[in-house]
Design a protein around this ligand. Structure first.
Ligand code: SF4
Length: 234
């Protein structure tokens, strides 16, 4: 699934700070914009790596991706989505019926429950349609801000926040974009630093750099031009 490509715009303090997030200095916003431009140039095709064709499929794939790799989720979901083609099909099944399709993933029992319960609520309270607001998405089992941001940004092209997974959190701290460990705190920092229209693609870019250069172990510090410009470790 390709995310919509949005051309980078010059950052300004007002464009980011009016959009929410933590207040940042003009210099910090300008530095963030330079980093965004460098990442956009390096990874022009950055996009969501989870496979989906319907909104509820990305919601489910994201619920399943907690503590699991996108590759592992993409191996599990084709059979799952074929067996249960609509939210209603998931809702009328039981968690036990979903379990065999997700057993290769961590926390599969809890995830099967979350998938079933979230699709039950989508069916009963949202007329079978994935809701389009942060508040409504957060009422679904297994959905926190990260999952809601994935759905809002990639399905509906709405930049309500920034997806902060382990890669984004690690990169944000290493590159001096946030000092926080808590993902929501990191998100507030990123929202204050980057232009709102770039929030969705920003997480894809940071994930690309995290996977290819700034890995959790064995970082390629000092060998990379973006790192040399933006990270004190280089
Ligand atoms: S210099 Fe090292 S720690 Fe910093 S972003 Fe690059 S790979 Fe990561």
């Amino acid at each position: 699934m390709k995310s919509k490509v949005i051309k980078s715009k010059p950052a300004s303090t007002s464009s980011t700070q009016k959009s929410g997030g933590r207040k940042k200095s003009t210099a910090a916003v300008a530095r963030a914009q330079r980093l965004f431009t460098a990442l956009r140039t390096r990874y022009p095709n950055a996009h969501c790596e989870l496979n989906w064709s319907k909104p509820h499929e990305l919601l489910i794939a994201t619920i399943l991706s907690a503590q699991s790799t996108d590759v592992g989720v993409n191996k599990a979901t084709p059979a799952l989505f074929a067996k249960f083609p609509t939210p209603y099909d998931f809702a009328k099944a039981s968690p036990a019926a979903i379990e065999p399709f997700v057993k290769t993933l961590n926390f599969w029992r809890n995830k099967a429950k979350a998938v079933h319960e979230s699709m039950r609520v989508v069916t009963e309270q949202f007329n079978g349609e994935v809701p389009r607001t942060m508040d409504q998405l957060l009422t679904l089992r297994g959905v926190a801000r990260k999952t809601a941001n994935v759905v809002l940004g990639n399905v509906f092209h709405m930049n309500e926040g920034v997806v902060v997974d382990t890669h984004v959190g690690r990169l944000a701290r290493r590159m001096g974009l946030s000092k926080h460990d808590d993902p929501v705190d990191v998100e507030m920092d990123l929202m204050g630093l980057f232009a709102r229209e770039n929030w969705c693609v920003l997480s894809h870019l940071l994930i690309c750099h995290g996977r290819s250069v700034c890995k959790a172990r064995g970082e390629l510090c000092s060998q990379d031009r973006i790192c040399k410009s933006f990270c004190s470790n280089a």
